[in-house]
Design a protein around this ligand. Structure first.
Ligand code: F6P
Length: 353
């Protein structure tokens, strides 16, 4: 049996921990039974060229990588194997050339949609959810999120001391796409005074009032805003569009937009920090190392049991799996009545509405 492993979409801390766990579990189980594991390079891109790009994953290759950020296999968030008939045919040829029976696809909702689509050429996949956005349907925690929350929280605390010295309003923009999980959890952990999420359109005057109140008392304000947030009746801030990508819209920059909107109404200076890719980099936290290892191990169990076209998931703290079809093309957003939102309101955090 030959199993391919690939990482697709934006990287996140913990990918190497999954690669290690899935590979070691399969090698250990398949010892003497002819099980081989191949690492496909740069996500689905590795299956799309004139020749496939892959390398054997052996025990020693995946040892010593548990703690490392990024992915030893490389990734791509613009590769689209479903682009057209010709591309699909090339993927089919490459899969045959590699002799793959199944592919373990570690990625976000985009990768799950592609994995689901590849069933049409008979390629069986097992999905493993990853993303710092924590927005994959039917999965309460994706690995990478805990590390990103820790990084963003640290940034918020650092920004607070300089905000305090200069009596400024500091806006910190997190990633997260159309889901506010990262802004919400890091905003709470970093003691932000205002937390703005894509799921709750903000009213500028509400934020102005909160900043003015604080100007009179504490003299500085920390605002944590998710990149997908937008003003009531306004537009989302798009950084760029990537042609050919399955998800062409890239967000970013709403923190600067908010600064321009706020500054004319306030005496204090307003500054913006866009956290960007530091949230995706670095070593995974112990929580993410354990979660990623559990996910990788379970993916191997699914392959061994022949339970294909399923994605590993975490629900009510338990590892399980769901059909990939149920996850493809959907996102898990923060419900506006989520208990973290209610709690934040109760302790006086402004949600901008
Ligand atoms: O989905 C992960 C993520 O980091 C989002 O939070 C962010 O909007 C996006 O990827 C950035 O993508 P890119 O690497 O294409 O700039």
């Amino acid at each position: 049996m030959r199993i391919g492993v690939l990482t697709g979409g934006g990287d996140c801390p913990g990918l190497n921990a999954v690669i290690r766990a899935v590979t070691k579990s399969l090698i250990q189980h398949g010892h003497g039974k002819g099980v081989e594991v191949l690492g496909i390079l740069d996500g689905f891109e590795g299956l799309m060229g004139d020749a496939p790009r892959a390398r054997p994953l052996v025990w020693d290759r995946v040892s010593g990588i548990l703690h490392m950020g990024g992915t030893i296999l490389g990734t791509s968030n613009s590769a689209n194997p479903l682009k057209d008939e010709a591309t699909l045919e090339q993927v089919r040829r490459n899969v045959r050339a590699l002799g793959l029976d199944v592919v373990v696809a570690i990625g976000g909702d985009g990768t799950m949609s592609l994995a689901h689509g590849l069933q049409q050429i008979g390629l069986a996949c097992v999905g493993v959810p990853k993303t710092i956005d924590n927005d994959i349907a039917l999965c309460e925690r994706s690995f990478g999120f805990d590390t990103a929350v820790a990084t963003a929280t640290d940034a918020l605390r650092r920004v607070e001391s300089t905000a305090n010295s200069h009596h400024r309003v500091m806006i910190v923009e997190t990633m997260g796409r159309h889901a506010g999980w990262l802004a919400l959890e890091s905003g709470i952990a970093g003691a932000a005074d205002v937390i703005l999420l894509p799921e709750i359109d903000y009213d500028l005057q509400t934020i102005v009032r909160r900043c003015r109140e604080r100007e009179r008392r504490q003299r500085y304000t920390i605002i944590c805003i998710g990149e997908g947030a937008k003003p009531r009746g306004g537009e989302i801030t798009v950084r760029e569009r990537v042609a050919d990508s399955p998800d062409p819209v890239r967000l970013g920059g709403v923190g600067h937009v908010l600064r321009q909107q706020l500054q004319p109404h306030l005496k204090s200076e307003v500054r913006t920090t866009v956290l960007g890719y530091v949230q995706r980099g670095g070593d995974p936290t112990p929580f993410d190392r354990v979660l990623a290892t559990r996910f990788g191990h379970h993916a191997a169990q699914l392959v061994i049991a022949g339970q294909l076209d399923r994605m590993v998931t975490l629900q009510d703290g338990r590892i399980g799996s769901v059909e990939i079809a149920r996850v493809a093309n959907t996102q898990r957003k923060v419900p506006p009545d989520h208990d973290l939102i209610t709690m934040a309101r109760d302790i006086g955090v402004c949600l901008g509405d």
